[in-house]
Design a protein around this ligand. Structure first.
Ligand code: ATP
Length: 311
């Protein structure tokens, strides 16, 4: 086998509670993750005759993001996909290096875990390319070394994330829910957004969140968008809006056009708008598009990182 192609989904957080700062500099969180049908793709190609640690990366011209944004992605050891390949190389008997070609569709620094999806796709691809035979659990443990969102990009579906978001429990969500995502033409740095939240909280210490709102899990189980609309929540939203006040207008634009609810995904700036069904999402997306917003309809939950046939 010379090439392996793997797809991994971006995520939205249907709920995101942020607790106190931990001693390691991260915050305790309780998150309801939902994998959505906006995917990253990684094509891993073996480089015969090169050593196992020889990992290179490029961005595919098929990527749908703005070229200026794509140009900000590090192509060295800071790239999460490169780091993921090295972690697999360290535990495999592989005898050659790998080139990773990433096709980006998930907005960069958009709060949708795009880099984490690249890492998850790379873990699965390199494991297959080098016949390492790691279990999903082992891949997830490697992924957690790279970032809190990587284990979820492997798992997919819907899940509750505790700890820093990496302690996952799958949630039952048998019915597809329909969303409109509105992207911004700028990114928000996750550490900056957490910093803004700490400033807004002004020293107040919230308790460690040890569960998500049970109503949200009931709404996912029932596949009931109206029920879910009442429980969407993101503690990071005021912080993201304080850094990018224009987001308030995007949130309102969705509501004014009939979205059941709107919220910022993770640290933003992507705004997720909940629709009643597929047709509603399509119409809402078209209306927002006509008004000049970068809107697209997606659905979720979808599967986590998985191999696709190489074209
Ligand atoms: P999260 O919410 O998980 O922090 P995000 O979706 O807001 O993530 P990403 O697009 O995953 O943001 O990446 C944030 C930063 O990580 C980028 O600004 C970039 O410098 C760096 N990065 C490293 N590897 C990648 C990658 N493969 N794709 C995109 N960005 C990457």
């Amino acid at each position: 086998m010379k090439r392996v192609r793997v797809r991994a989904p971006g995520k939205i957080n249907a709920s995101f509670r942020v607790g106190p700062l931990r001693t390691d500099g991260y915050h305790f969180v309780a998150s309801t993750y939902l994998a959505v049908s906006l995917y990253e793709e990684v094509l891993a190609t073996a480089k015969p005759g090169t050593p196992a640690g020889d990992v290179t990366v490029s961005i595919s011209p098929a990527s749908t993001l703005d070229p200026a944004a794509l140009a900000t992605i590090p192509l060295d050891d800071d790239n999460l996909a490169v780091r993921a390949a090295r972690l697999v190389a360290d535990v495999s008997e592989s005898t050659c290096g790998v080139h990773l070609e990433i096709t980006k569709h998930v907005p960069i620094a958009g709060g949708m875990g795009g880099g984490s999806a690249d890492a998850a796709a790379t873990l699965v691809a390199c494991d297959a390319l080098w016949h390492t035979g790691l279990s999903r659990e082992e891949l997830s443990q490697l992924g957690a070394e790279l970032g809190a969102d990587v284990p979820f990009a492997l798992l997919g579906g819907a899940a509750v994330g505790l700890g820093v978001g990496d302690r996952l429990t799958a949630a039952l969500a048998p019915t597809a829910l329909h969303w409109v995502l509105v992207q911004s033409d700028f990114g928000l740095s996750t550490p900056l957004v957490y910093g803004a939240l700490d400033t807004l909280r002004d020293g107040a210490e919230p308790p460690v969140p040890d569960q998500v709102d049970p109503h949200i899990l009931a709404a996912l189980r029932a596949g009931d968008p109206a029920l879910l609309a009442g429980c969407l929540a993101n503690d990071l939203q005021p912080a993201a809006v304080s850094l990018a006040p224009g987001l308030a207008e995007v949130l309102d634009a969705g509501k004014a056009r009939g979205a059941l609810a709107t919220l910022i995904s993770g640290s933003g700036p992507t705004v997720a708008m909940l629709a009643a069904d597929e047709r509603h999402a399509r119409n809402l997306s078209a209306e927002l598009g006509a008004a000049g917003y970068a809107a697209q309809a997606v659905q979720g939950p979808v599967h986590g990182a998985h191999r696709v046939l190489d074209s």
